[in-house]
Ligand binder design. Structure first.
Ligand code: ADP
Length: 465
């Protein structure tokens, strides 16, 4: 504004001077009453005109240019470009103004750098905290999930961010906890047992309402600490002793009961003698396999458990297992089949343990498939790993039971498992062996249609992963 007014004043003065000078020149020195005065007037007007023009140029370079530069820099600063600087040429008022702007810009740049550094540190901290973190805004939209959360729940940020929490969080307990915080606006801490893929894990979940200045409600923060290992340790000893005693009690009671009945006189009845001895034999077999499985499990779970790694063709092992279980399958008219594009699928692993894995998996597939069903073993490979799946057309497993079946002694149907000679330890052994090989195991199932257990093993064994 001032710049424009100055420009206008200068233009007016110059215009008036030009008009006066033109008038003087038009009138001419001869028509002017006093020739000398004409000269003095013309000369002075000319000189003043030149002076004014020089002054205008001087003012433009001295004030207007630095003001323009200062304006440009402040505009850049307001846009967030803190690297903008003005050039300070003279140490007068304008120079001081420009150098102050430069100092301001430098300070701003420093402050932004410090803020960015703090933000970086904070995000590195949040990302690598080990615990899972989720931040939900006041309208229920998810604003942030960290690495821990992604890993725990196997989710991708694009499926979560900016979505309503009750649409994407699948665990009812977690949704209820968030609702509770929204309603009560109080800190909440709860222990939860959440089903995740093939297992259930314990979490200590802290929920905090975020309330900003002036009591503005900003949302909810949840922190998930995985306490499964602590919880397991706590429960394992208790459960294990109880479970083992319970499992041993049934066959022992039965053996004791039938032997007593025989001794009480039933042994004189040939039919009863044979029948009871058969029961005693069956129960002793159960006891034996229970003890074998327990020993096997305790061996695998030992700290210094070592695999006996060698190179072998997994197809040979699978054919051996199929031969071993052929009678069991034939008894129920179940067809056993192996599908693989190659005859040679070589990998490095502990051959006996891997054989055990497939005896358990294919054995289960036969046990939990009704008469005339199918059990298919599919083998696929690439340069790095071998994927073997055991698929049956059996009774299937409820989705909520899948994370539990790998636990020791867990059976969906206790009676059916016992009848098929199961100990409830088979899948726990499988899981341990696969994990010791740094492999992966997945289970898919549909009740009434069948189940599929898939094992992925690295072709080359690396002790550390
Ligand atoms: P078990 O000795 O009882 O078979 P496992 O640890 O091998 O014990 O299996 C645990 C439970 O998982 C079984 O009792 C059964 O309920 C379920 N299960 C395992 N495999 C299958 C399958 N192929 N089809 C249906 N249910 C299965």
């Amino acid at each position: 504004m001032i710049k424009h007014q100055l420009r206008l004043i200068f233009a007016l003065i110059i215009l008036i001077l030009i008009i006066l000078l033109t008038y003087l020149l038009l009138v001419g020195e001869k028509q002017f009453p006093n020739k000398e005065i004409w000269w003095i007037l013309a000369f002075s007007l000319g000189a003043v005109l030149i002076l004014i023009i020089l002054l205008a140029i001087k003012i433009k370079t001295k004030y207007s240019k630095p003001i323009d530069a200062a304006t440009t820099v402040t505009m850049e600063l307001s846009k967030g470009n803190y690297r903008a600087r003005t050039s300070v040429e003279e140490m007068d008022e304008m120079g001081t103004l420009n150098s102050s702007i430069n100092i301001l810009a430098r300070n701003l740049e420093e402050m932004v750098k410090v803020k960015e550094m703090q933000q970086d540190r904070l995000s590195v901290l949040i990302e690598n905290m080990g615990a899972g973190i989720i931040l939900i805004d006041s309208r229920g939209y998810i604003n942030l999930i960290n690495k821990g959360y992604k890993e725990i729940f196997s989710v991708e940020p694009q499926d979560y961010l900016n979505r309503l929490y009750y649409e994407v969080i699948e665990h009812h307990d977690v949704r209820s906890l968030i609702e509770e915080i929204f309603i009560t606006e109080q800190n909440v801490s709860k222990q939860m047992l959440l089903p995740l893929a093939i297992e259930r894990r314990y979490f200590e979940v802290y929920g905090v309402p975020i309330i900003g200045t002036n009591n503005v409600w900003k949302g909810v923060l949840l922190v998930f600490h995985d306490i499964t290992d602590i919880k397991k340790l706590e429960n394992t000893r208790k459960d294990f002793v109880a479970n083992v005693s319970h499992e041993l009690k049934t066959p022992v009671t039965s053996i004791k009961g039938f032997s007593e009945t025989l001794l009480d006189g039933a042994m004189n009845d040939q039919k009863a003698l044979k029948e009871f001895l058969n029961i005693i034999l069956k129960e002793s077999d159960r006891l034996q396999s229970l003890i074998n499985d327990l020993l096997e499990l305790s061996k695998i779970e030992k700290q210094d458990f070592k695999l006996n790694i060698s190179q072998f063709n997994i197809m040979h092992i699978l054919h051996d297992v199929i031969t071993l279980l052929a009678n069991k399958a034939a008894g129920k008219s179940i067809t056993l089949q192996i599908n693989c594009a190659q005859d040679d699928v070589v990998l490095e692993a502990d051959v006996h343990r891997i054989k055990q894995v497939f005896i358990n998996l294919i054995g289960n597939a036969i046990s939990y498939t009704p008469k005339d069903g199918n059990v298919i073993v599919n083998v696929q490979e690439n340069d790095y790993f071998v994927r073997i799946s055991v698929k049956d057309t059996g009774i299937g497993i409820e989705k909520t039971e899948i994370p539990r079946i790998f636990e020791r002694f867990y059976r969906v149907d206790r009676a059916r498992s016992r009848e098929s000679g199961g100990t409830g330890l088979g899948l726990a052994i499988v899981k341990h062996i696969v994990e010791a090989h740094r492999g992966r195991i997945k289970a898919k199932s549909e009740v009434g249609k069948g189940s599929e257990f898939t094992i992925e093993l690295n072709k080359h064994f690396h002790a550390n992963g």
